[in-house]
Write a protein that binds this ligand. Sequence first.
Ligand code: 4AD
Ligand code: MG
Length: 433
Amino acid sequence: MSRRVITIAELTAHAGEEITIRGWVYNWRKKGKLRFIILRDGFGYLQCIVFRPEVEDEVWETAVTLTQESSLEVTGTVVADERAPGGFELKVSALKALQIAPEFPIGKKDHGPDFLLNNRHLWLRSKRQHALMRVRSQVEFAIREFFQGRGYTLIDSPILTPAACEGTSSLFETEYFGETAYLSQSGQLYLEPAAAALGKVYCFGPTFRAEKSKTRRHLTEFWMVEPEVAWLRFDGLLDLCEEFLSEVVVRVLESCSEDLERLERDVSRLEPTTKRPYPRLDYAEAVAKLVELGSDIEFGEDLGGDDETMLTELYDRPLLITRYPAKVKAFYMQPDPEDPSRALAVDVLAPEGYGEIIGGSERSDSLEHLERKIAEHELPREAFEWYLDVRRYGSFPHSGFGMGIERFVAWICGVPHLRETIPYPRLINRLYP
Ligand code: 4AD
Ligand code: MG
């Protein structure tokens, strides 16, 4: 018996050969003297055929006891067959069950989201979740390639921090040897000093928001990629957002076509995003348009989720909304020189109702302005002294943005809720498993 162990992804190179594959029973069915076992090994799915007259009794005995998700080693001959999914089947000569699994909790019937989330560790084995995790991984890879290929330096920002970045209402607090620490809401404040050291930097890590909101767009723990660039002004930042999104979407469409097909994503809806320019609306234009469309938004207010959906329905690609009122945005933003009541802020809204995927801005380079903002936002000044040093020692214009990976993946994959886009979601009412 051959001892050559391969994965389902490598079958093409082994047509006609006898090989061994290790995996789990995804599904099985019987027909007279035949047993069809759909094996999955993490790389793909393969139909394995056991024919009673051609195998030892022992092999047949094992084949008939297999249950969904039993673990096994299968040896057989790789047969090319056009009708088979993936183009190959395995004619089984030997079978070794490592463990016969009891009834798998996730069956073919419909389960509610709570049940599936309680069994997230097992749910990951399903075809759909498998595809989602692969897309997520490719998205992260494409993002790293984008920045590394442009000379950015990765700066890993801390998770335990003494200060808030995005407002004090969504902070997770923890005792830290007699002091209070907060879980990071964003790496941005740590990237700004690093941009003075290295020019172009980015961070990519977990961030935390004690969001009280129980929406499909909010997680309490999510992964964010954040670039920060020295000397970059607001207009350049808008271009960077477009260049970043268009290029990452191109790469993901190239590398994930099979997974997106499995998710039944209509990729023609994503193609316009690969082309620039994207539509841009000044906040005042956006409000006027919304009022025209029947929204009750008033000038000066932040856009609501429904407002975002209404606007994005007008376009086939992401929409940039610029120059928000300073008072609805974070303390660190550069005021618009033409109207200081507005901030040089941008939100990028994904099409098809997916809402805000990117938030960014030019950063204030004035020590005096930031001191005033920190006081207005009632932030503890002592915790920000180090941040203010960026304006004391060689202040410089700089800009950056943050994109939540889960919102991006949800849009790319066309899934309505963020909970399926992260391996182990953390929600307001969920810490298990
Ligand atoms: O708009 P936000 O709060 O911006 C920042 O944190 C800036 N400091 C980023 C920067 O300029 N470096 O968050 C940025 C993005 C949002 O557009 C969204 O994609 C995601 O982070 N996000 C969330 N994703 C999932 N769950 C949540 N609760 C999220 N909050 C923000
Ligand atoms: Mg935002």
